[in-house]
Design a protein. Structure first.
Length: 245
C-alpha cells in the first residue's frame, strides 16, 4: 500500500475553509468518508485525499509524497482563517473483509473495501494495484500528476467531485469540462502484450497516442488520446490494445 500520512485540521473555520478549497462537498463527512482533490486555479491536480470527521476536527488521509506540498498550499490559502494544520499520529488500515466498527467504506468503488485510522501500524498483503487496474482507479503520482484534469481520470465516477456545492479553487475549469466539452483524452484500461515499464509512451503509426501507466499482468491503465487509440498500438516493445466501451 502506498505510504500515507494523516493531517489533522482544527479550528472554528476548518469546514468553511475546506469547502472553498476542495472538489467535493465537505458536509458529506458527516455521513462517511469523502474523496476529494485540491486543484490549481487552472483546474489541474495538486493532490487527492480522503476526508473524514474526528469530533470537531477534520482528518485528511494523504499520499506521503504529496503531504508537505499540500500543507504548504493549504497554509498559503488559509491567511487569517482559524485553521490549524498538524500531523496526526495515526496509521491507515485497509481491508476487504466486513466493515469494522471504526472503518469507513472507500467511496471510490465497492471493490476497494474499507479504510480505518488507528494508532498502530498496519500490515497489508492485498494486491491493491491489481484491484485498481481492474476497476480503473487512478493512483497518486502515477495516473494523478500535475498535468492531470480530474475529469479525465474519472473523478466523477469515483465520487470525487460535487457539481452542486458551489465555488472552490479550479471549479470553473472543471465545470466547463463537465458541461461544455467532450473529453478527448483520458484514463482507460488496456491489454498489454510484452515488456513495457510505467511511463512508456504509446504510439500508433509513429504518432503519440498516450502513456502506459499502472500495470498488473497483461492489463494496465493508460492515459490515451481517444482519437488515435484505435487498433494495435506500441509501447516500447509491447503491443497495447484498447477495447473502447
Amino acid at each position: 500500500m502506498t505510504s500515507r500520512r494523516i493531517l489533522r485540521l482544527s479550528g472554528s473555520d476548518t469546514r468553511t475553509f475546506l469547502q472553498g478549497m476542495i472538489s467535493n462537498d465537505i458536509d458529506k463527512i458527516d455521513a462517511g468518508l469523502v474523496y476529494a482533490a485540491l486543484l490549481t486555479p487552472q483546474g489541474k491536480y495538486i493532490a487527492d485525499f480522503f476526508v473524514s470527521a474526528d469530533g470537531a476536527d477534520v482528518l485528511l488521509d494523504t499520499d506521503s509524497a504529496q503531504t508537505d506540498a499540500l500543507i504548504a498550499r493549504l497554509n498559503m490559502y488559509k491567511l487569517r482563517a482559524d485553521v490549524q494544520i498538524s500531523e496526526a499520529d495515526l496509521h491507515v488500515h485497509r481491508g476487504l473483509t466486513d466493515l469494522p466498527a471504526d472503518g469507513y467504506l472507500d467511496p471510490r468503488h465497492d471493490a476497494l473495501g474499507w479504510r480505518a485510522y488507528r494508532a498502530t501500524p498496519a500490515t497489508d498483503e492485498v494486491d491493491w494495484t491489481a484491484i485498481e487496474v481492474a476497476h480503473v482507479i487512478p493512483t497518486s503520482g502515477i495516473e494523478l500528476t500535475s498535468d492531470t484534469f480530474i475529469l479525465e481520470v474519472g473523478f466523477e465516477r469515483l465520487n470525487g467531485v460535487d457539481f452542486r456545492k458551489g465555488c472552490y479553487v479550479g471549479q470553473e475549469v472543471t465545470a466547463r469540462m463537465k458541461h461544455k466539452t467532450e473529453l478527448r483524452k483520458g484514463l482507460a484500461q488496456v491489454q498489454v502484450t510484452g515488456a513495457a515499464e510505467t511511463g512508456t509512451p504509446i504510439e500508433v503509426d509513429g504518432k503519440p497516442a498516450g502513456t502506459l501507466l499502472s500495470r498488473s499482468g497483461d492489463v494496465a491503465l493508460a492515459y490515451l488520446r481517444y482519437d488515435r487509440a484505435r487498433g494495435p498500438m506500441q509501447a516500447g516493445d509491447a503491443q497495447v490494445v484498447w477495447h473502447d466501451k
